[in-house]
Write a protein that binds this ligand. Structure first.
Ligand code: ADP
Ligand code: MG
Length: 249
């Protein structure tokens, strides 16, 4: 048994929509400093599991722990304060606001220490926004309305907005879907840098197996709401049941 407390741990997570069991008794872990992939055919429950783990959906059975703390009944903003950020499958940016403004209106710092008693000053928020925009190499677009960005640039902005509160764990739903290959490389590179230089952990849903195998230490595969396989990207791609789920009739 490992002595390290998982950053995020779901045990027996179950979610039903009426008669449909969208997620069935899934055990799930993200360890500190890990990049974990979540894959599976369309409708296999990836977004629903995401929603359960980030507390956007109430779960019917099971539990979710973050940094060893039971968060099963907490609200999404409380979990965000503890250091978990997420993006959504459908991109959520304010199209009429500029990049800088989008960053500035994103969630404030998380609150774990004395400083959190004080609201960060406008100047600090602006500085952090600009630093992140530079980090994402979007500085030439700082004052453009977000509505003018390409899909990939919007994904990058969304990553930046998720990073504003300085989270420990970032959950990305469809991180690279429908994005031009150059920006996919850019997103991958930024995620790797955040992981290697700042120790940030990621949970990534993505269809593109190259994206997943380039980034992830471990992968979970869902099928009809159930965990079909888990392992390294190479292991799951050789798994007969996984191949059957993806390519079988
Ligand atoms: P994925 O992200 O893997 O494509 P989802 O988690 O979006 O899958 O969906 C899993 C299953 O749950 C699908 O059958 C989907 O139709 C169903 N589902 C998802 N959200 C809802 C909802 N709010 N109400 C009813 N059914 C839903
Ligand atoms: Mg989905």
């Amino acid at each position: 048994m490992s002595a390290v407390t998982p950053l995020l741990e779901g045990r027996g997570v179950t979610k039903r929509f009426g008669g449909l069991e969208a997620v069935k008794a899934v055990d799930f872990k993200v360890m500190p400093n890990e990049i974990v992939g979540l894959i599976g055919p369309n409708g296999s429950g990836k977004t629903t599991l995401f929603d359960c783990l980030s507390r956007v959906q109430a779960i019917d059975e099971g539990s979710v722990h973050f940094q060893g703390i039971d968060i099963t009944r907490l609200k999404p903003h409380q979990v965000a304060h503890m250091g978990m950020s997420r993006t959504f499958q459908v991109i959520r940016v304010y199209r009429k606001l500029t990049l800088l403004e989008n960053m500035q209106v994103s969630r404030q710092w998380r609150g774990e220490n004395l400083w959190s008693q004080m609201r960060p000053s406008h100047k600090d928020v602006e500085e952090r926004s600009r630093d992140l925009i530079n980090f994402l190499r979007l500085e030439h677009l700082t004052n453009e309305p977000a509505g003018t960005l390409s899909g990939g640039q919007r994904r990058l902005l969304e990553l930046g907005m998720a990073l504003m509160p300085d989270p420990e764990l970032i959950l990305l739903d469809e991180a690279a879907s429908g994005i031009n290959p150059t920006l996919v490389e850019e997103i991958k590179d930024r995620i790797k840098t955040l992981n290697q230089e700042q120790g940030k952990a990621f949970l990534v849903v993505e269809h593109d197996m190259h994206f997943i195998s380039d980034l992830c230490n471990r992968v979970y595969v869902l099928n009809y709401g159930e965990k079909l396989a888990e392992g390294t990207p190479a292991e799951v791609m050789e798994n007969e049941a996984v191949i059957e789920a993806y390519f079988g009739s």
